[in-house]
Design a protein around this ligand. Sequence first.
Ligand SMILES: [Zn+2]
Length: 564
Amino acid sequence: MPSMTSTWLRPLAVALAFLCCAAFVPSQRITYMLTPVMQDGALRAVQIDLTFRGQGDGETNLNLPSEWGGEEELWRGIAALTIVSGAEMRGGQSVSERVLTHAPNARIHVRYRVIQDWEGVPPAGRNTYRPVIQPTYFHLIGEAALATPDLHNATPVRLRTRGLPRGWSFASDLEHPGLTLGHVWASVTVGGDYRIRRAADGATRVAIRGEWSFSDEAFTAQVAEIIGGHRRFWGDRSSPYLVTVTQAVSPDPGHISIGGTGLDDAFAFFATPNVDDAPITRTLAHESFHTWIPGRVGGMPREDEAAHYWFSEGFTDFYTGRMLVREGLWTPQQFAEDLNEMLAAYAQSPVREAANTRVVADFWRDRDVQQLPYQRGRLLAIIWDARLRAQGRVLDEAMLEMRARALAGDPLKAAEMLPVVLESMGLDVRGDIAGYAEGGARVLLPEDVFAPCGRIVTREAAVFDRGFDVAALQTNNGVISGVDPQSPAYAAGLRDGMVFVRREAGRIGDSEQQLTYVVRDGDQERAITYYPRGRSTFTLQSFEIDEPLEGERYAQCRRALGGL
Ligand SMILES: [Zn+2]
């Protein structure tokens, strides 16, 4: 299982946009000039020359990076901060603030170096938001690298580079036209041995470095399809978008990890090099759709935001799959595999019938609870979309109507507006929301919910059970004990006293896949393979595509899944 650590930080960027308080005097632009600082052919720091016009009252605050995305003391990545000309500098009210005094409206030149204030290379399993300064490349998130003067957010900004070593690339979403100060925080800037690829649409770029199992060209084309498809769905014009992909390193070569963060008009990925492009594009498709859901269809409540995650996460996941099919990036079979993984997890979730109040209380504390709104909301979207399609309508119409109402000033939050809009389309979902989304009743898909493609199969499946005492394994240095003589493990030859060596196949938690354990039996190693099926059962649903699915039926299926 890949460990998914993707975050959605757009609300933070929006909040920051309101922080600036200075009266707006249309001033000359702010310029950030980036210069790599090299030593013996290796990058040591990135020098930033910041020039701007100070406030009319002769005093302008300069804010250094502080906290973002769970990282603290980001000012530690700023070194050798000096005034080159135009002002005097003293400390401010906090460690991340400086006060510049100067002649009214003076032209001020500040210089500093961005350094990597941590050891090593970007580690697997987390997003590296702190500045990355490596011998052959750099990766800078605006929040962590850019000092910003306390000027109006609408002040124009430009980003320039100087002295890039021969052959070095450079890319930033801050190169996009019409840039203002309000956009610099949620940005990413990379340079060095990244390969910069521009998609055929002219608007989408990918910056990627290192070796991967997929080609730059194919990946860039997929990114452009995803971003372009979402814009077409919402009727928005094409505009520049940058995706960066940076390799994260794990001491364990088998460790698969992918994570990333959405920025204003960019997405920064961190992934181990053994990741293939499918989870990267799925993550991008999900996070990109968040540009609109929930923010542009009514938004989230100020308090207990998690109470509406069944809409914001569940519907975003519904549209992740729908759009990937529509854009031709997923076949119906891939759609089914992705859905079936979720259906299996939901069916076996220990909290599958927990009320929404539990989601509010424990979303950030419990991984199973965290998955619940994604699962429930996606299933409800599937069911409601099928009911609408039976009437010749489609859920997409409701999303576009919600956006129109939000633009027109409708005060309802997205999850509250949804039932109102669906009712206007002849679909009453209030009972479903009360029973499933709020009450926590188990959502089961009707058999024919994807009718042109195949059917939903519902059956009783065995609970996952390894057939021996797992807790004792850890305390007994890998010696197996407590093997249940009635279990498939025993039937396959597993006995007390054997020593666990490694797992070679199977998935923990999945009784439908054979497990293979390599164990030491005396002085021999042997592999033992069995289905980890316990005695009790649970209700499992899966989406089975008809075989073969060809011709007109295949086209009908694609239309149903893709909402075409
Ligand atoms: Zn999400």
